[in-house]
Design a protein around this ligand. Structure first.
Ligand code: 13P
Ligand code: SF4
Length: 305
């Protein structure tokens, strides 16, 4: 019933719903496009619609608005933040940058628009390696805000000229290595797939490490029939839909479920999507000067595919 009302309102208002893989199954069911943070940014830019409703967290909706200032970008719950973005305050980040003159600033998209405005080039977990490799090897870099993704990229590139901001996502930090190893012992044929926001001790036991889109692709191409999934458990919805013949086991966190869920992503519900479409509010409004500065960093990222 609510889903039908949402579909009717979408048609009436020319609105398109973009949803991240970490939202709930019912939210994913009303989406026009489902994706990881990179794919959704690109889709927001390409889409021909006057209104975008972003079913995801605030930084993703802000990114869409930065790229498409002419479109109305709605977010059902503006308080749907991100622990990683919150671990990097723009003022503190600005002071950090000033301590390292001559460094190029690379920021993960999981940041506020204020942090992006201080950034030379953004990245997501899908293209972080490409973005860092696109910068000459002798050019020092500041990488923020995720220390785990930063350390992972540093290891892959062997760069010793990367200064990394000390931030983290509290969902990906809390997976239990002990419980993952116990699961692996129970399911010896299972492949362990890990998001690079997890600490190095967990990345070390991975058969594959990558973004949500990368993990989905790996599970599709692999001959394995079982996977231990070490990222937010919402991704299992799409995994099970694409591969009903395969078994996906959500990795446990140190504390019991729902610790492997992003509380911010789960703030988005069918009820608040409907209210947001009806009222065309809350809407993302950005300061134009900040938006333009952030746009450069995001466009620099989108150009590196
Ligand atoms: P992706 O870039 O893989 O979509 O991840 C976004 C995110 O918030 C991970 O926690
Ligand atoms: Fe942010 Fe972590 Fe949630 Fe991703 S899972 S949106 S990084 S809090």
């Amino acid at each position: 019933m609510i889903a039908e009302k949402i579909q009717a309102l979408k048609r009436q208002k020319g609105a398109v719903i973009l949803a991240h893989y970490y939202t709930s199954a019912e939210v994913q069911s009303v989406a026009d496009f489902l994706g990881d943070s990179l794919a959704l940014s690109i889709k927001a830019k390409e889409i021909d619609a006057p209104v975008i409703l972003f079913a995801g967290v605030n930084f993703m909706a802000e990114t869409a608005k930065v790229l498409c200032p002419e479109k109305k970008v709605l977010i059902p719950v503006p308080e749907a933040g991100c622990s990683l973005a919150e671990s990097c305050d723009a003022k503190d980040f600005g002071e950090f940058i000033s301590r390292y003159p001559g460094h190029k600033v690379v920021s993960y998209v999981n940041t506020s628009v204020g942090v992006k405005a201080l950034t030379d080039v953004c990245c997501t977990s899908t293209n972080a390696l490409k973005v860092v490799k696109s910068i000459p090897a002798d050019q020092p870099i500041i990488f923020g805000p995720d220390r785990n993704l930063g350390a992972y990229i540093q290891k892959l590139t062997g760069r010793d000229n990367m200064v990394i901001w000390d931030g983290a996502c509290d969902v990906h930090e809390k997976f239990s290595l002990e419980k993952i190893l116990a699961l692996k012992a129970e399911h010896p044929m299972a492949k362990v797939v890990v998001h690079p926001e997890c600490p190095a001790s967990i990345v070390e036991v991975a058969d594959y490490t990558g973004s949500t889109a990368g993990i989905l692709e790996y599970c599709g191409q692999s001959d394995a029939k079982e996977f231990i999934v070490v990222t937010e458990s919402g991704i299992l919805v799409e995994m099970e839909k694409r591969h009903p013949d395969k078994k996906f086991i959500p990795a446990p966190a140190v504390h019991e479920a729902p610790c492997n869920e992003c509380r911010y992503m789960k703030m988005i519900t069918l009820e608040n999507i409907l209210a947001c479409l009806e009222n065309e509010s809350p809407e993302i409004i950005l300061d134009e000067k900040t938006r333009q500065a952030a746009a450069k960093a995001i466009e620099n990222m989108v150009a590196i595919r």
